[in-house]
Design a protein around this ligand. Structure first.
Ligand SMILES: [Zn+2]
Ligand SMILES: [Zn+2]
Length: 306
């Protein structure tokens, strides 16, 4: 296997320059739409794209072939015709166009959120401007979820559903990073739990435990709370289940314990603990710097608060 890092292997300027033409984008979209029909013969593709001049069309097609499109010879085609198919890079380009990645987007008015601020009980709303979503509390200003998000994520939903859609999308991003893939470049991510003083996060409290994710390829660094990274840990899922609830059904703003303080148990090696309370019972989890649960205890909520 060739282990060359793709970031070094190709000229991206050259690859993107190939797409700077409407006909070429139209070719990629036609191949996307007919992907299940097998390789698309030259003349059929030309007709679908609506270009009369065969020489001109061939010029554009040749430019895309290799990087975004693959030519299939008749002997390699079940139908015996041969033609053109999208390469993975071509699929990714059309996918990004469909996701609204290159579209400017925003909402005219904030969308009210079903639920209340976990800090103050106030009203929450979702604003979306310049492809950036911001779900926050109008009253206390102490609760905010924000992220860049492509327009296509919202475009298939009713307006009232967008806060819940935003929350699910954010969790999917977190899951991707937790699984070890950078959400920007798909590079390998590693993480560790650190105290704020030992991170580059200048907004963090010195003794605040944070999970620091770093991409080994592009260097992107991302911080998450210990609690949000463990929302779906089996210990928490089963604790909710024992109380007749499903933690996966709760939006982020419905889990007030996500915001509770994470206590430092030992500094070296670092272990931290936090409480999850449902009804009258508290689950106290202690985790190490790799988010492995090292101790687990259930106690009456009253005793936990004491
Ligand atoms: Zn609030
Ligand atoms: Zn990366």
């Amino acid at each position: 296997m060739d282990n060359t890092d793709p970031a070094d292997a190709v000229s991206h300027g050259a690859a993107f320059a190939l797409l700077g033409n409407e006909t070429r984008v139209a070719i990629l979209r036609e191949l996307w739409e007919t992907a299940t029909e097998g390789p698309m013969p030259f003349s059929e593709l030309r007709e679908r794209v609506g270009m009369r001049d065969s020489g001109q069309f061939n010029y554009h097609l040749t430019k895309l072939t290799g990087t975004f499109i693959r030519k299939v010879d008749p002997e390699d085609d079940e139908e015996g015709e041969g033609g053109y198919v999208l390469r993975f890079a071509g699929i990714a380009v059309v996918g990004a166009i469909l996701s609204g990645m290159y579209q400017q987007a925003g909402f005219d008015e904030p969308v009210p959120v079903d639920g209340e601020c976990p800090r103050c009980g106030g009203a929450l709303d979702l604003e979306y401007e310049d492809e950036r979503a911001n779900l926050s509390c109008r009253d206390c200003g102490n609760f905010t979820l924000q992220s860049n998000i492509p327009a296509g994520v919202f475009s298939q939903y009713d307006r009232e559903a967008t806060p819940e859609v935003f929350d699910r999308w954010m969790r999917a991003q977190v899951d991707q990073i937790a699984a070890g893939f950078c959400m920007l470049c798909q590079g390998k991510t590693t993480f560790t739990v650190l105290l704020g003083a030992h991170t580059g996060a200048d907004w963090a409290e010195e003794d605040e435990a944070l999970v620091e994710y770093e991409c080994e390829r592009c260097g992107a660094t991302l911080y998450a709370s210990v609690t949000e990274m463990l929302t779906r840990h089996p210990a928490i899922v089963s604790f909710y289940h024992d109380h007749g609830a499903d933690v996966r059904d709760e939006p982020t703003w419905g889990l007030d314990w996500l915001l509770d303080e994470v206590a430092v148990v030992t500094e070296d090696p670092l272990t931290v603990s936090f409480d999850v309370t449902v009804d009258d019972e508290t689950l106290r989890l202690t985790v190490d710097d790799q988010l492995t649960v090292v101790a687990e205890e259930r106690l009456p909520a009253e005793q936990a608060r004491a």
